[in-house]
Design a protein around this ligand. Sequence first.
Ligand SMILES: [Fe+2]
Length: 556
Amino acid sequence: MMEERLRMDVGAMDSIAPEFEQVRDQLHDLGLTLSVWDHFGDVVEGFEPSCHLCAEIGGLAQRCREEARKIAERVVFSDRPIKGQSPLGGCIIGVPVYERRRLVAAAVACFPVAEMLESEQLHRLCDSSQLDHESIVGELASRCRYGLAHADRLIDAMTKMLDRERSLRVAEDGVHGLSENLASTYEELSLVYRISGTMKLTCEPQVFLREDVCGELLEVIGVQYAAAVVYPHTPAQGPVEVIAAGDLDLKAEQVRRLAAADIAPQFTDNVRSLVDNHFAGNGRSGSHKGIDRLVAVPLIGDEQPIGILLAANKMAGEFDSVDVKLLSAIGNQAAVFLTNHRLYADLQDLLLGVLEALTASIDAKDPYTCGHSSRVAKVSERLAIEMGYSPERVREIYLAGLLHDVGKIGVPESALCKPGRLTEEEYDQIKRHPMIAARILGGIRQLDEVATGILTHHERLDGRGYPQGLSESELPMEGRIIGLADSFDAMTSDRCYRPALPLPDVIEEIRRHAGTQFDPELVEKFLAIDLGEFLIELRSDDRQFRPRAVGQERQE
Ligand SMILES: [Fe+2]
């Protein structure tokens, strides 16, 4: 009966046992001996006979135990306190024990009572066991503090003790849970704060994901490996990108297969995390070599999956809900960054498209300069990369190269497109184009840095350039780079007054003017490039020319 009733509560006793220590000690001070019985009628908390007679009289201890068990069974069955008698005539009381309002056990206590001193049971037991009744009564009398009439009050006291201890333990559990929650929330908040501090739109996604996202995962969760799997924004962006950190030897292609076959299919609108602490035996893609435990979340941008963030092989123990919370927090930040960065990249592409259209329309005034601005931009970009500049500065130099002749929009076509020799006045008009460009772009704050290169692209190291005739020390690198790129493209392009120069002549010309017109260091770096191949590349897609976004290398 007891088994039937409480089979569903098996296991609860493990968690409630500690509180009985307190109750047992308190009851002991009151002269009561406590035992706790589980669902199967087994003792959880030690059963002790209430007097030494039980131990001395053969079979009595077993009978006492049996009576206590019966009381426990009745308590569990009736879900209320029960009182009864021990074989010696003592009192046994039992009360229900609850765990989160579920009855999970019975607490039973026995104690000698005054009435047993004169009981028939005691006489018979002393006779049958050849014990001196008088001395037994004397000993029992010294221990009898209650009568049978006290049973109800003691039941009430025991119930209150159990309630108090249970409430105390629930409160302690609550405080413990709260403190764990607080610690985990603090860690999560501090992580989000750290990561959001590094989220700059100018930061390359690969750098952000590797160092700030995967790097943090390695440290905060303590994993062997972490990776961000990023779906391409457009088909032109190529394959799914894998940015990883850690020391697990996995190729990008393996991680792609892992994400596609084992992780992505597990996510739904309602399932936004995957925790698998037995992944080694569960993986289906065959790409999970070395992964024993895995946790992953989808990266959601604009309500669409844009990738997956995963961490593998926690160093200490298994992944738990706290790890998932942390991974989700980082994943949310990563998704926000990627989404914003893609919007930013779209805007950059739009800006570049507009600027390319603008410069192409200026170049189109003269069929001989068609594509010139785009080519100068690309040569300038290449020179800036060779100089080891930051991606941001490379981009500014690219834009300066693209816009370097935008001032020609303010130069009369009669001078600009004149096939014959220019008069001095016409030449002066043309020489004003850097200043005109500076004025046009002067109102655009975002192009402040770009204007420097445009204004100085016709200056020379020997001070014989225009429009300002700057000296070598005054001439910025931006102007030197665009000046060299401009001259290179002019020499390698047909003009109305001459065909394009052969490449060896161009190289010779550049070398000859190093130190006077061109910066010698730049010349050295430029001539180290395979210019024949570079020229083919420049000419191959004049019409479709688009700059390669700086820093978009992929991990393969
Ligand atoms: Fe120019």
